[in-house]
Design a protein around this ligand. Structure first.
Ligand code: NAD
Length: 261
């Protein structure tokens, strides 16, 4: 499989799953646009590391995925830099854990904007270029929470169910354009996003850290193991291959059996 001469834009790729996906696509030869927040020197180290390790071009966009105008500018800049966005990975996401009646309104708005609406904004900007080239891959990082719910994650579960629906709609609209649209739904992957929600879950459920890991996180996952970022990245790379050209509108679970229950 080779993605030489392709360009991949991966939102939320300064950390965790997005970074692994960006590196995985670069390994296949794609130029990459990485995006997300973090320490400038750490981001530059990752960007330069991708170029050095995989012999591709990597550029960084600091666009805020909660802002439609910044998203449009990011896609336009990628098209100027590389000629096209061939592969779009909507991965940026945040979490907040709280009962609905105490859920801060601004957190609801932020999660819906970053975890759901950003994918609409990136798609509407990138699809015309993909149609012009007659090839494209759109991959959305959804979640097991696109299929099932957990208490205290109202905004996240709503946004992830939304992204699963957006994926299916876009797949149907683009089916005859050689553009596939799929989502990957991981179970618990050990990343900063999961680690950061442990204190709030401890508070919301009155548990210790070990209890949250054993009785909340891994309880849902029959394999009793965390998914790795590289396992998710491998599926994203496969979805970009010719072998996957007839996979569209799918929601691919990587959840250790969680949603089989
Ligand atoms: P992470 O916290 O390691 O990474 C999130 C990335 O999104 C970072 O690069 C961060 O800077 C970026 N980001 C956050 N807000 C942003 C904004 N406003 N604009 C631009 N970038 C922003 O988390 P992760 O676990 O790698 O999560 C990545 C995706 O995977 C998310 O959509 C998440 O919902 C999904 N997911 C994660 C898990 C898990 O267990 N970790 C499971 C299922 C789905």
């Amino acid at each position: 499989m080779t993605l030489h001469s392709k360009t991949a834009l991966v939102t939320g790729s300064t950390s965790g799953i997005g970074l692994a996906i960006a590196r995985g696509l670069a390994q296949q030869g794609a130029n990459v646009v990485i995006n997300g927040f973090g320490q400038p020197d750490a981001i530059e180290k990752e960007r330069a590391g991708i170029e050095a390790e995989f012999g591709v071009r990597a550029v960084y966009s600091g666009a805020d995925m909660s802002k439609g105008d910044e998203i449009a500018a990011m896609v336009a800049q990628a098209e100027t830099d590389f000629g096209a966005v061939d592969i779009l990975v909507n991965n940026a996401g945040i979490q907040y854990v709280s009962a609905i009646e105490e859920f801060p309104v601004e957190k609801w708005d932020q999660i819906i904007a970053i975890n759901l609406s950003s994918a609409f904004h990136t798609m509407r900007a990138a699809i015309p270029g993909m149609k012009k080239k007659g090839w494209g891959r759109i991959i959305n990082t959804a979640s097991a929470h696109s299929l099932v719910a957990s208490p205290f994650k109202a905004a996240y579960v709503a946004a992830k169910h939304g992204i699963a629906g957006l994926t299916k709609t876009a797949a149907l609209e683009l089916a005859t354009h050689k553009i596939t649209v799929n989502c990957i739904s991981p179970g618990y992957v050990w990343t900063p996003l999961v680690e950061a929600q442990i204190p709030d879950t401890m508070k919301a459920r009155g548990m210790t850290k070990d209890q949250v890991i054993e009785e909340v996180l891994l309880k849902a996952q029959p394999t009793k193991e965390f998914v790795t970022v590289d396992q998710v990245a491998a599926i994203a790379a496969f979805l970009c291959s010719d072998a996957a050209s007839q996979i569209t509108g799918a929601n691919l679970t990587v959840d250790g059996g969680w949603t089989a229950q």
